[in-house]
Design a protein around this ligand. Structure first.
Ligand code: GDP
Length: 191
């Protein structure tokens, strides 16, 4: 895959219209979102851009193979934000989900070791659904969970997010597990 970083934007309005289908990635800080995007595009270094100072609270846009785009949303659940920063972030993310015409689906990145999602995750899911978008749950770090517990955890995560059975996929950026299935689903949606 050939990916390029396009730009970081403080709002949906400042994102260029690339005229190609888009996938958004949301997740709590440290959940493994950058690693997963890095795996998907085959270029972990490129995604580090989203972590550089000044860009962590912005919408980071990548173009992939000239055919579709990925938007890396700011990691949430970060306790150190001020009230004002939280409010701005909320406005930015809500604006993105309500107005981004090219958005096709949102991937929520979740931790395979958990059996329930956080309030922040629930809030994010509500924002995505309020914009009229579907959610694919990418349950990552599954390499850290024994195989016999994975499915159980996934079903609980689906349930706590109110998603249908099968809406979540087991992934691991370490082993590469789930990559092809996730890419396949995204391609089907964006085609
Ligand atoms: P982000 O803040 O959500 O972008 O999280 P990162 O992608 O930076 O990952 C946070 C930490 O989790 C890093 O130390 C990663 O090496 C680790 N990590 C990410 N994905 C996986 C995974 O699938 N398996 C394991 N074992 N560790 C992972």
């Amino acid at each position: 895959m050939a990916a390029r970083f396009v730009l970081s934007a403080p709002s949906q309005a400042k994102l260029p219209d690339l005229g190609i289908p888009e996938v958004a990635f949301a997740g709590r800080s440290n959940v493994g979102k950058s690693s997963l995007i890095g795996r998907l595009i085959g270029s972990p270094k490129l995604v580090r851009v989203s972590r550089t100072p000044g860009r962590t609270q912005l919408l980071n846009l990548f173009e992939v193979d000239g055919q579709w785009s990925f938007v890396d949303l700011p990691g949430y659940g970060y306790a150190k934000l001020s009230k004002k920063q939280r409010k701005d972030l909320r406005g930015m993310v809500l604006g993105y989900f309500s107005d981004r015409q090219t958005l096709r689906v949102a991937v929520m990145v979740l931790d395979a070791r958990r059996t329930e999602v956080s309030d922040d995750d629930l809030e994010m899911a509500q924002w995505i659904l309020a914009g009229g978008h579907d959610i694919i749950a990418a349950v990552t770090k599954c390499d850290l969970v024994p195989k016999n517990r994975r499915l159980n955890n996934i079903r609980k995560i689906e349930k706590s997010l109110g998603l249908e059975r099968g809406a979540a996929l087991q992934c691991s950026s370490k082993s590469g597990e789930g990559k092809n299935e996730l890419l396949g689903r995204l391609k089907d949606i964006c085609r």
